[in-house]
Design a protein around this ligand. Structure first.
Ligand code: SF4
Length: 367
């Protein structure tokens, strides 16, 4: 068995630590890139959403390096994601690749026993016992929590840093260093070191950077290649950005769902505008927009792939929130045809608008 998995932000760091610790053979696909998108687009049905296409590209690039088993997480409600695994399996089969899929579905959907059995396949392959499997998993979870915290700090502190580019450089160095080791304890040590380093970055607390929330469909929010590295661009502009959706948030939300205690603040915040889950993370997107306005962010950017059904619904609700809360929200819809220059122009125009609103409110209120 040679395992692979699709990219989604930093998830490969946790997966690598987990698999290294278990001693299972694996291939990390090349970081999502134009080639993966090109290959994925060529073989996927045209109407499929962008995450599907990039994932197919990831699989094919990993299969070229010998991967024969894909680990993928399961459904997030009534949208195409629930069909991804079946469709991807069939598509790869048609292309002549007999690939095994291990689908880690929510325990609410498949039951705890079935989920443990599926996860147990990897432990069995490693020849280790369940205890070692649990330890390896806990290390992977710890790693993704640390990586998410480092990223969150870096994206936010970039607006306050004295030495321009320091947060971005630390983030890049951290990602590079942590994947260069095959020792899971060493990897965790590196992450802890970088967490300290990022908190020691010299700040100018008198700065008042623009503050922008990134909301929308989970894959395009988390996977930087799919959103053309939007948060890194915002770092370059000296803007502080944040997002609630991260792999560790997703994990906590998944576990919380078992006892209906997941993302309570988001669900409460969305209650007035979208009280029901309609698939994907539409409800979370609405909740995040409401919270971002309440927390005093300057604006929010909604991201989603062309044809994403749940986010089309949230897009239709966001103008009402924007009007009710006097809070600017811009939507960017992404697909394989999204050109870089038009995309950048829209982001810059939105930031200009936020700046002008700030200036106007200073003139109006004299502060
Ligand atoms: S949430 Fe949207 S983009 Fe993601 S799988 Fe569902 S339809 Fe596709």
């Amino acid at each position: 068995m040679k395992v692979t998995f699709p990219h989604m932000g930093n998830i490969h760091i946790a997966a690598k630590i987990f698999l290294d610790d278990l001693g299972v053979d694996y291939v990390v696909p090349p970081i999502s890139n134009n080639k993966a998108l090109e290959v994925g687009t060529m073989y996927s049905p045209e109407e499929m959403c962008l995450p599907f296409k990039i994932m197919i590209g990831n699989y094919i690039q990993a299969i070229e390096q010998g991967a024969d088993t894909v680990i993928i997480v399961g459904s997030c409600g009534p949208c195409r994601f629930g069909e991804y695994c079946e469709l991807q399996m069939n598509l790869l089969k048609k292309l002549g690749h007999e690939i095994t899929f291990i689908v880690l579905d929510s325990p609410r959907d498949v039951g705890k026993k079935e989920l443990l059995e599926r996860a147990g396949l990897l432990v069995k392959e490693s020849g280790k016992n369940n205890y070692s499997g649990i330890l390896a998993m806990l290390k992977g979870v710890k790693a993704i929590e640390l990586m998410d915290e480092i990223e969150k700090e870096a994206y936010w502190l970039a607006g306050y840093e004295i030495n321009k580019g320091e947060c971005k450089k630390l983030l890049h160095d951290c990602r590079q260093k942590v994947v260069s080791t095959k020792d899971s304890d060493q990897a965790l040590k590196i992450l802890k070191e970088y967490k300290k380093k990022i908190n020691r970055v010299k700040m100018d607390s008198t700065k008042q950077p623009l503050k922008v929330s990134i909301i929308g469909e989970i894959y395009t929010v988390i996977e930087p290649f799919s959103n053309q590295y939007i948060q890194e661009r915002l770092m370059d502009y000296g803007v502080s950005s944040n997002r609630m959706l991260t792999p560790s948030w997703w994990l906590k939300d998944l576990l919380g769902k078992v006892v209906k205690m997941n993302s309570i603040s988001l669900r409460r915040a969305s209650q007035e505008y979208l009280p029901l889950g309609i698939g994907g993370h539409a409800r979370e997107c609405i909740g995040e927009a409401v919270l971002a306005a309440k927390e005093g962010q300057d604006g929010a950017i909604q991201l989603f792939p062309v044809g994403c059904m749940p986010e089309i619904v949230s897009k239709s609700i966001l103008p009402t929130i924007s009007k009710d809360k006097d809070f600017p929200i811009m939507t960017l819809v992404l697909d394989e045809m999204t050109g870089q220059s038009g995309y950048i122009t829209r982001i810059e125009a939105f930031l200009d608008l936020l700046e002008r609103r700030r200036e106007t409110s200073h003139v109006l209120f004299g502060n």
